[in-house]
Design a protein around this ligand. Structure first.
Ligand code: SF4
Ligand code: SF4
Length: 96
């Protein structure tokens, strides 16, 4: 199921808790080591590092994400509510 981009779903995204995310220097530099959700206004899809499963966001521009670490998407409420069955969207691109 395609995932839309909105603030409610963004808040449910678990990418900020993920070892793949934490293992990327590029993402840590972009986010200043902070998790991405703590914004007072709705950020544009390309301004967040997360919810990569969404068509509007898609995969990260960072290329140093360690795929050997475990993706935590299956723990995510968005993953469950959209009946997703793949993961590593940050590397592979959005759910279709
Ligand atoms: S399924 Fe994965 S990429 Fe999509 S919102 Fe959840 S943790 Fe983020
Ligand atoms: S899509 Fe999966 S592997 Fe990538 S950061 Fe999110 S939870 Fe981690």
């Amino acid at each position: 199921m395609r995932v839309e981009y909105n603030f409610e779903l963004l808040q449910g995204c678990q990418c900020g808790m993920c070892p793949v995310h934490d293992g990327s220097q590029c993402i840590n530099q972009k986010t200043n080591g902070l998790k991405f959700t703590h914004c007072s206004s709705t950020p544009q899809p390309q301004e967040v590092e997360g919810i990569y499963c969404s068509q509007q966001r898609g995969k990260s521009a960072c290329t140093d994400l360690p795929r050997a670490k475990a993706c935590v998407c299956p723990t995510c409420p968005v993953w469950r509510s959209h009946k997703l069955d793949t993961n590593y969207f940050c590397i592979e691109g959005p759910a279709s």
